[in-house]
Design a protein around this ligand. Structure first.
Ligand code: TXA
Ligand code: MG
Length: 358
């Protein structure tokens, strides 16, 4: 156990004293959790193998799951990657700082443990003033996975970080809730054509506008379980799981809502404690049931749903529910990243409701 120091920072004007303490902590080979625009990260010096080892231990994460290196700017890129294609620079001009992670060839000076022994490295520059201030003050690339215990929902507040990692990280920088709420899009530029390995904060359609040949990892293209192969390191289906069992419904909306309502009735009738993650517009369908309702925001604005998703899973867990019922939000825009996180929270068990009335 280490003592965890918590600093509350104004994201628009981060206290330079706290940033200096956090940067010194990183340089000393210790761990700092910090906000990014997507989720909180658990950071260590990306060039220090034993510091990176500590990340895996603190998170209880298998060392087969590679970690993203965070950079202050594109100027740092040649320090961690080699054979950088022109396409990388073009995408960086468009999307950095921001939620786009690029997989490139790893520079030999970067310890292999960061990348789970792959000869590649995932890099991004986060669009968050606290993360950027920390990166600049540390003067190092920072290796940082999401700051949760392995397989828990990712943290979107400093409180979530402390729930999982208090006593396991030296410094936590609290910059309030993160804006995007789902992790970065991971784009592999070592394959041709480039492949999206994980949908995230930059929608596939947006990437496609800049890169018409981009493809999507086949696991996202259909509901068919045969495509559910772990084709990217660290892309296990069991991920983001709350304690409760997640029931993920998909299909025509009216039938889905009827099916969710019937399932909630049945489970509560059997004495189960049930929670529902719902857009604001659907609260009324369920308010008569003896169930916990969590509001995700308006279904007309997927950025609200994404921002509230992980916090909603954690909220229902903390209320001790045994079952969480939720529907998908399509596959367009941020819907695809939302679908991916829900699919994995449900451990790949999807209830595909048909068009027939029940
Ligand atoms: O938004 C984010 O990306 C957040 C914030 C903290 O930056 N970070 C994050 O890290 O989500 P993590 O470790 O939870 O997920 C990183 C994923 C890995 O699970 C893996 O799928 C992929 O990025 N990845 C990392 N390095 C890779 C590599 N060399 N090749 C292929 N995929 C890689
Ligand atoms: Mg993660």
């Amino acid at each position: 156990m280490t003592q965890t120091r918590l600093f509350q920072l104004d994201p628009y004007n981060p206290d330079q004293r706290a940033i200096a303490i956090a940067a010194a902590t990183l340089r000393a080979g210790q761990l700092v959790a910090f906000p990014t625009e997507t989720v909180y990260g658990l950071g260590a010096n990306a060039l220090d193998a034993s510091a990176i080892q500590r990340i895996f231990e603190a998170k209880r994460r298998p060392t087969s799951d590679p970690i993203i290196a965070h950079l202050a700017s594109k100027a740092q890129l040649p320090e961690v990657a080699i054979n950088i294609p022109q396409l990388a620079w073009t995408l960086i001009e468009q999307f950095w700082p921001g939620p786009l992670t690029l997989v490139l060839k790893r520079h030999p000076r970067v310890p292999a443990i960061l990348s789970a022994n792959l000869d590649t490295i995932a890099v991004r520059s986060p669009h968050h003033p606290i993360a950027l201030a920390l990166l600049q003050a540390a003067g190092l690339p920072i290796g940082a996975p999401s700051a949760n215990l392995f397989a828990h929902p990712s943290p979107t507040t400093a409180q979530h970080v402390l729930q999982d990692l208090s006593g396991r990280v030296e410094v936590v920088l609290d910059g309030g809730p993160t804006a995007i709420g789902v992790e970065s899009t991971v784009l592999d530029l070592t394959q041709s054509p480039p492949v999206v390995l994980r949908p995230g904060g930059v929608p596939f359609e947006t990437l496609h506008q800049h890169l018409p040949e981009v493809t999507l990892n086949p696991r996202y293209l259909s509901l068919d379980d045969s495509t559910n192969i772990s084709s990217s390191p660290g892309m296990l289906t069991k991920h983001y799981s709350p304690q409760a069992k997640v029931w993920l419904f998909t299909g025509p909306l009216r039938q889905v809502l009827a099916h969710m309502q019937a399932t909630a009735k049945r489970l509560t009738g059997e004495g189960q404690k049930v929670g529902l993650l719902l857009p604001d517009e659907e609260q009324n369908y369920f308010s008569h049931l003896p169930a916990q309702l969590v509001q995700l925001g308006s279904e007309t604005d997927l950025s609200q749903i994404a921002a509230n998703l992980f916090a909603g899973l954690r909220e229902l867990d903390s209320q001790g529910v045994e079952a969480i019922l939720v529907r998908d939000f399509g596959r367009e825009g941020l819907g695809l990243a939302i679908w991916d996180r829900l699919y994995r929270a449900a451990e790949g068990q999807v209830i595909a409701v048909s068009g027939f009335p029940i």
